[in-house]
Ligand binder design. Structure first.
Ligand code: GRG
Length: 300
């Protein structure tokens, strides 16, 4: 199977898992709180690239096809945490954006309070999916929950977002080391957790989990640098979210600190470091290497 066919198949399996694992809409579950479930599904099913699930399923695949199938609940949970973070990031009190994944943001399609609650519910639901999905493997469930909670924590995803907001309030004056802290946590934490969760489901040994974590860190930095370059160079239609926001907001980014060409070179360097870590993993890392290349070459 070639790379795109395999990626499309993993995305389709992720979409089916999300559909099965996230509360249904009123017709199927008439007693449920319909509006919140509709808002959760609206953002989940808005056409995200499913990169985090793909990374988790690909890392699990190092342990064989059964491990890939077993990683589907973890992959769905990672997408729930990611989607929560996007919904909250778009809120007026944060980035105040109208467009996400090519459609009106959750608070524009519903309202601010509903969007806040949909994000909260998706975050909680991620942990429910893992707790229920791996109830028959309690040690694995505990390891996955710890990994996911750590990535979403005040030290990582939320902590990175906090520092990002503070940097913006300070007028975009940020040292390169502060910018790296922000992106290692706001962006890389969840990509890192995606690879590690896949490796945990596959039962990979500690050195391989360390390799996955290292790869995730470099992929995360590369991903963010590409995001900064795209914000400066692509248009809103191609991105599916508002382009050029960073410069308008006077925000410190890899592009504002280093310029577009140097930032692009840094993204390539980080991808090369991620590739080196992935190439040393047990099993066949070819698909993971393809994902690393795709993340560098992406245009949205
Ligand atoms: C609100 C706790 C909290 C965190 C927000 C997600 C986030 C942290 C900020 C969004 C701003 C941003 C540009 C982050 C960079 C990386 C990122 C998460 C980009 C979006 O991820 P993609 O491109 O999105 O994988 P899709 O929609 O394809 O899933």
């Amino acid at each position: 199977m070639d790379f795109s066919t395999k990626l499309n198949a993993l995305v389709a399996r992720t979409d089916a898992a999300l559909d099965a694992l996230v509360p249904a809409l009123p017709a199927a579950a008439p007693a449920g709180p319909a509006r919140i479930h509709a808002a959760m599904r609206y953002s989940l099913q808005a056409g995200g690239k499913r990169l985090r699930p793909a990374l988790a399923l690909a890392a699990a695949g190092l342990g064989g096809p059964d491990a890939t199938a077993a990683a589907l609940p973890a992959a769905a949970a990672l997408e729930c945490v990611h989607t929560y973070s996007l919904i909250h990031d778009d809120l007026p009190c944060m980035d105040d954006d109208d467009l996400r994944r090519g459609r009106p943001t959750c608070h524009r399609a519903f309202d601010e309070a509903t969007a806040l609650l949909a994000g909260d519910a998706l975050l909680a639901h991620a942990f429910l999916i893992v707790g229920e999905g791996y109830a028959d493997r309690p040690a694995l469930a505990a390891a996955l929950l710890r990994e996911l909670a750590g990535a979403a924590s005040g030290a990582r995803l939320v902590g990175g977002q906090m520092q990002d907001l503070l940097a913006e309030r300070a007028g975009g004056e940020v040292a390169a080391s502060d910018l790296e802290f922000i992106h290692l946590n706001k962006t890389a934490a969840l990509l890192e957790a995606s690879l590690v969760c896949g490796g945990l489901v596959a039962g990979l040994p500690a050195p391989a989990l360390d390799g996955l974590r290292r790869a995730g860190r470099h992929l995360g930095l590369a991903f963010q640098i590409v995001d900064d370059v795209l914000d400066a160079t692509a248009d809103t239609a191609a991105l599916g979210k508002t382009a050029g926001k960073d410069a308008r907001a006077g925000k410190a980014t890899y592009v504002s600190l280093h310029g577009i060409d140097a930032a692009a070179r840094m993204a390539a360097d980080e991808t090369a470091r991620a590739r080196a870590a992935l190439a040393a993993l047990p099993g066949d890392p070819a698909f993971l290497l393809g994902l690393a290349d795709l993340m560098l070459a992406r245009r949205s």
